[in-house]
Ligand binder design. Structure first.
Ligand SMILES: C[S@@+](CC[C@H](N)C(=O)[O-])C[C@H]1O[C@@H](n2cnc3c(N)ncnc32)[C@H](O)[C@@H]1O
Length: 226
């Protein structure tokens, strides 16, 4: 949880404030620092990508909100280039340390609202995991539109969020209802419905939209027309 003196939309200030040390950053990203768990969940994200949208050796892959490189360290070795984008320069420094031995990656600091600095039609796969709950709806949609811009024709984008319509997601929401309004941290998690995410993808121009709901999560992906 971050310093409540910031507004939610001050993404850079909020996330830099919780990521000065690597352990603080790991706690903010995942709620744990255990490296064994970092390995299993990082490999788990790579498996999720392989199963839903595929991962090819010649893919340029971009992660929005890459944190400390939890998944990047496992995705980079199986693609052509991995680009870690994050609003927090501190997070990106931790990512560079984690991926130290890896040569086919770069990091890009975003302003928190778009993918300025990334060329149009230059990426094959954009993914964003465990980030949308910290964004306002306008930024969620804008990153999906920006994903569309940076994807090559035929490229794919995949995002997840906590699913308000599931029992686990509803329990998560009710837990957050207990936080008094004046004490809500700026980066407090907010859920999505499957319809919300599907609407963004559709309006941004993606085709062949697909969704998977399980337990806490709704995952949505789509393809930029060829
Ligand atoms: C919960 S962490 C998840 C990190 C990583 N995706 C993972 O799964 O390990 C959320 C990340 O999103 C980043 N973030 C928050 N708001 C952002 C924004 N508006 N634009 C880009 N990154 C943002 C934070 O700095 C943080 O690294």
């Amino acid at each position: 949880m971050s310093d409540a003196k910031f507004a939610r939309s001050q993404y850079k200030e909020v996330w830099n404030s919780v990521s000065k040390s690597e352990d603080d950053a790991k706690m903010a990203v995942s709620g744990y620092v255990d490296e064994t768990l970092y390995q299993s969940t990082g490999e788990g994200t790579r498996t999720m990508l392989k199963n839903h949208v595929g991962l090819k050796a010649d893919d340029v892959v971009l992660e929005i909100g890459c944190g400390v490189g939890r998944s990047g360290v496992y995705v980079a070795p199986v693609c052509k280039e991995w680009i870690g984008v994050d609003v927090s320069e501190n997070m990106l420094a931790h990512t560079r340390k984690r991926l130290g031995q890896v040569t086919n990656f770069r990091t890009v600091a975003s302003n928190g609202y778009d993918l300025a600095g990334i060329d149009s039609a230059a990426v094959d796969l954009v993914y964003c995991t465990v980030v949308f709950m910290h964004l306002d709806e306008w930024e969620r949609y804008n990153y999906i539109k920006e994903g569309f811009r940076v994807l090559r024709p035929g490229g794919r984008m995949i995002v997840d969020n906590v699913d308000l319509t599931s029992d686990a997601g509803w329990a998560f929401f009710e837990n957050h209802c207990k936080i008094p309004p004046a004490e809500r941290p700026p980066n407090v998690s907010k859920t999505s419905t499957p319809d919300e995410l599907r609407t963004y993808f559709k309006r941004a121009g993606y085709e062949n939209l697909q969704q998977r709901q399980w337990d806490l999560w709704v995952v949505t992906w789509g393809y930029k027309p060829k």
